[in-house]
Design a protein around this ligand. Structure first.
Ligand code: ATP
Ligand code: MG
Length: 471
């Protein structure tokens, strides 16, 4: 089979390899993505011989504008040219020892190099030498497996996964990204080797989890982690959401499956990775707050607040970033019950103002999550809720137009209060500020400076505070 290579740079690489008398192939993810017609950024090239020498000659042939970085200890070199990144490596043979996590690496043939790769669809190579340009070398049936939508290891999966347990997460990640299934013995080998995932760093695991999160239907990955038994090792808090308890014939929903459904719903509407994380974690506080009440059945009081409190530790354990993304996910999880409460009570202007104030610019994302959170099987109920949310959205727009609450800053600053009444920083100033903010959010005064100043003097007088006379 011949593959049409889509970039002129491949011919240039082939010409340099021919001049050096070396065999040279593009391999792995790039070939797979080409066949899947997916965009691919990184190009990996295998040279049967010295990969670094090949990269240096190739960079020289490109002249100025090409940049090369050599990683001697790995035997690799990267060439960057016109926004394209090409990684060169000599063909290698890897053998793993029982006692060590790191393989012994020696020079090898192309076939050795293909054998060390994780999946048949990742082990295809296309020749770049002029006489064989585009020739596909596919020793393990990668093309057929792409057609079958199947993830399978080229060698005994038990050994593949035991040698490098990260491959178990990669298998599940590829299945999720592409909508593929795991071949039976490959899946079985994951169930058998699941505990070995413990030797892999969290930093490497989270890269795979985030690729699952960014897939069109992320639930696939979490369901596979659950079914294979990996989930409690990589994400114990999520594992605890599983299951339904019944008492007196009354059950609650399975919060694991519900969270996955909400995640998929959000994924249909938004590519925002952190909103997807908020969806996955929105009910994470439920197991800790579950209680049985004879009157109302199962309750999960304050699960949003408990979830909000749990999230920093979850982010730390998973090695997710602790800055803005953490704050955003916490905020959405904390607020995720607010719009629904708004529907259940009546939708008052002041409640809408408070929601706008607390959510700020994240209000649209919060509303998206709340709509995704309606996972009832009863279509009538779903429509009713969605319709009510439409009313909330409309009300949000009206109130925002009128009162500009979204990024509201109280019109009188603390420093000004301190100056006016000759006060030191502290609780008294804080209380005055809060009272003015509340009056605006409750619609008692408009969001304007003069009205706020007037109110400030009135409250101050009630508290017996005197304004400085020299003002
Ligand atoms: P993507 O770039 O979309 O994450 P990829 O398959 O290109 O997917 P890379 O990490 O870029 O993944 O690796 C390039 C190639 O190297 C893979 O296609 C595979 O052939 C090989 N490879 C990567 N990681 C492993 C591994 N842990 N075990 C065996 N082979 C691997
Ligand atoms: Mg890649």
């Amino acid at each position: 089979m011949t593959i049409e290579l889509n970039l002129p740079i491949f011919q240039k690489i082939g010409a340099v390899a021919d001049a050096l008398g070396l065999e040279c192939y593009v391999v792995g993810g790039y070939v797979r993505d080409l066949l899947l017609k997916r965009p691919s950024k990184d190009i990996d090239v295998v040279v049967v011989g010295n990969g670094i020498q090949m990269a240096e000659e190739f960079a020289k042939s490109l002249g100025r504008g090409a940049r090369i970085a050599v990683f001697k200890s790995y035997g690799t070199a990267q060439v960057k040219h016109k926004g394209i990144e090409i990684e060169f490596v000599g063909a290698r043979k890897e053998s793993y020892q029982r006692e060590s996590r790191n393989p012994i690496v020696e020079c090898g043939t192309l076939e050795d190099d293909q054998l060390r790769r994780d999946f048949t669809i990742n082990a295809m190579a296309v020749c770049l030498n002029e006489k064989r340009l585009g020739e596909l070398i596919d020793p393990f049936g990668g093309v057929r497996h792409l057609d079958l939508k199947m993830i399978k290891t080229p060698c005994n999966p038990d050994i593949t996964f035991s040698d490098d347990p990260l491959r178990m997460m990669r298998a599940i990640r590829f299945a999720t990204q592409f909508g593929f299934f795991l071949e039976e013995s490959t899946f079985e080998a994951i169930t058998k080797n699941k505990e070995r995932i413990k030797i892999i760093t969290k930093e490497r695991i989270i890269l795979e989890i985030n690729k699952i999160m960014e897939s069109p239907q992320p639930s696939t990955g979490f369901l596979l982690m659950e079914k294979s038994g990996l989930l409690p090792f990589v994400f114990p808090e999520l594992d605890k959401l599983k299951g339904v308890e019944k008492r007196n014939g009354r059950g609650h929903k399975d919060n694991f499956l519900h969270s996955l459904k909400v995640l998929d719903n959000v994924a249909l509407k938004s590519d925002d990775l952190w909103l997807r994380w908020a969806a996955l974690l929105h009910d994470i506080g439920k197991p800790a707050t579950k209680e049985w009440d004879e009157q109302v059945g199962w309750t999960f009081k304050n699960h949003n607040y408990v979830g909000y409190k749990m999230i920093p530790a979850i982010f730390r354990n998973l090695k997710l970033p602790l800055g803005e993304p953490l704050k955003f996910v916490q905020k959405i999880v904390l607020l995720h019950m607010r719009p629904i409460v708004l529907i259940e009570d009546e939708i008052s202007d002041s409640a809408v103002r408070r929601l706008l104030f607390d959510a700020g610019d994240d209000i649209d994302k919060l509303m998206l999550l709340c709509e995704a959170d309606i996972t009832s099987g009863n279509q009538e109920k779903v429509n009713l809720y969605l319709n009510n949310f439409k009313i909330v959205r409309q009300k949000l727009v009206e109130v925002e137009e009128k009162d500009r609450i979204r990024n509201f800053q109280p019109p009188i600053k603390g420093e000004e209060i301190m100056q006016l009444f000759d006060l030191p920083p502290g609780k008294v100033v804080g209380d005055l500020k809060t009272q003015i903010k509340d009056a605006i959010l409750d619609g008692i005064i408009p969001n304007e400076y003069d009205a706020a100043l007037q109110l400030l003097f009135k409250i101050a007088e009630e508290k017996g505070l005197k304004a400085k006379t020299d003002l």
